[in-house]
Design a protein. Sequence first.
Length: 177
Amino acid sequence: MPNVAPPTPRFELTLMRHAKALPTKADESDYARGLDPLRGPFEAREAAIAAAGAGVRPQIALISTARRTVETWEAIAGVFPNCVPKFRDELYHAELPDLARLTNDVFKDFSHVMLIGHNPGIQAFGSQISTHATNRDSSSAWVDSNFPTAAIWSCHWADAGAEFYGATSFFSFRRDL
């Protein structure tokens, strides 16, 4: 079977896991958990500033409606003033096929999409894309094994049907800041 070159990336995809959240209280649902007020907003904003400094400029952000992801967006919105937020219930603990479908739908109208969501879905999506990365590096290993809170991973992305191809353009997590 001849080697086939991966498709040329046409889009930029930025994945962000929500920032550090408070532990779940006995009388509170996981969905209602907010950010840790001392760490969460600070870590989210610092990661977003680093991403913007590296040229990450999403046009639209798809954001889970869980409290901690909404608060993450609130912490970073000023860093990406031209990014349109869209809050989507289906991003709460979304799995890989759902994330791929939502992303493909939005890429019809935008060339740079940001997803702000939760593990394990965000990490699984990034890992699936980085598996086929043309420039696998240390960030690919982090995406594959650990996608900590407030981490941001951005890639040049192409969907080729059942496979995803990407080339990492930016990656940051707390220990980088």
